[in-house]
Write a protein that binds this ligand. Structure first.
Ligand SMILES: [Zn+2]
Length: 376
């Protein structure tokens, strides 16, 4: 009702205005042109924040990352090719690069700063890292001691011919086909107790026997016929051990030991007989005449083949300090052997931490697995 009354009153007012207009046509005021009014500035309030429903996006493709090039050490200079051999101290030493590139699928590179180059030779799947004036070569990352430290001449590394013949070349060759008869020799036994653990006063003879007993079934599972020189706590001379290997016609002999020295010494070592013409790593006061030819020198090539494989597998599997494949002449259990022969040192019973490890059956199982892995 109120709305109708308002409409009616509005119509009345409109009629009165129109009537007035009609009644005064002659008093029209002059047209005044007003200056344009400034447009009011309309300030819009900011839009209310959007409350859109969450959008499920498809997963992004992985970002295409362009890695900026790392700062490179200065590149070794490109040297003219080396002479194949060079006369050093009366012997023709051989360029590791020239020799290596003649061995199958091979690559050679110098790595690092010039003052400390690593000379890397890769042949097929085997990598050797050598340094000047350093007898240790890294073979597939584990240490092997050369007879002579390589020498640098005009930027090229030269290596003694005996190290080519007795170390590098055999390692590159395939393992000889052999009957699979192995003698495992747990070191010491009976009255000969070996060294003593600083961790629990246990004797080396117990641990070497346990290592051998763990290794035996692992090798048997790979098809080896395994003989132990002793399977109990019995005394056995070194000559008896060699004679035993002859009696069972062993094709390879492996003696197991644990080490002892100052408490700071740690790690794994593998020993085989020193080739004629080289000096040993250890003499224990014994004569180390480099001209000495021992019966086991007839097996120089397979000695280093097995030693390098077993050592590398042990170090890799157990993860202890690597003390390398080393050479000796004095070890009676090796020097008279008529077959490839190794002596393994599975850590230091004189080092508190290693003595604690060696006391653990799990650790000795790892040692056994490492050795078994290396044999074909
Ligand atoms: Zn021993």
């Amino acid at each position: 009702m109120v709305g109708n009354w308002k409409t009616f009153l509005s119509a009345l007012v409109l009629c009165a205005v129109l009537a007035a207009c009609e009644s005064t046509p002659t008093h029209r005021p002059p047209i005044t042109i007003l200056p344009p009014q400034p447009r009011p500035v309309i300030v819009y309030p900011p839009p209310p924040p959007q409350t859109n429903p969450p959008v499920v996006r498809p997963p992004q493709p992985p970002p295409f990352v362009v890695t900026p090039p790392k700062p490179q050490p200065p590149r070794p200079p490109v040297l003219p090719p080396p002479a194949y051999s060079a006369l050093i101290n009366g012997a023709q030493w051989i360029s590791i690069e020239a020799w290596g590139l003649g061995q199958g699928r091979a690559q050679f590179a110098r790595i690092g700063a010039e003052s400390d180059w690593t000379h890397r030779l890769q042949v097929n799947n085997t990598t050797f890292d050598l340094k000047a004036d350093n007898r240790v070569v890294l073979c597939e990352g584990s240490q092997l001691w050369l007879g002579y430290a390589p020498k640098l001449m005009k930027g090229h590394l030269y290596i003694h011919p005996l190290d080519i013949q007795k170390n590098l070349a055999p390692i590159l060759a395939e393992l000889p086909k052999t009957h699979r008869v192995v003698v495992i020799d747990p070191g010491h036994g009976g009255e000969n107790r070996g060294t003593q653990s600083v961790f629990n006063k246990a004797y080396e003879k117990e641990y070497t026997l346990d290592w051998a007993l763990r290794l035996k079934p692992l090798l048997e599972a790979k098809g080896w016929k395994v003989h132990l020189t002793r399977s109990r706590d019995t005394s056995l001379s070194l000559a008896d051990r060699v004679a035993f290997a002859d009696r069972v016609k062993a094709h390879i002999f492996i003696s197991l030991h644990f080490n002892s020295a100052g408490p700071e010494h740690t790690g794994l070592e593998t020993y085989c007989i020193t080739p004629v013409g080289m000096s040993s790593h250890m003499g224990r006061g014994a004569d180390d005449d480099t001209r000495t030819a021992l019966p086991n020198n007839a097996h120089d090539a397979p000695n280093i083949q097995y030693a390098a494989r077993v050592h590398s597998a042990m170090v890799g599997h157990v993860g202890m300090t690597d003390r390398g494949v080393r050479r000796v002449r004095f070890m009676a259990v090796l020097k008279g052997q008529k077959r490839p022969a190794l002596l393994l040192e599975g850590g230091y019973l004189s080092n508190p931490e290693e003595a604690r490890l060696i006391a653990m059956p799990e650790f000795r199982q790892k040692l056994a697995e490492g050795v078994a892995k290396a044999l074909p």
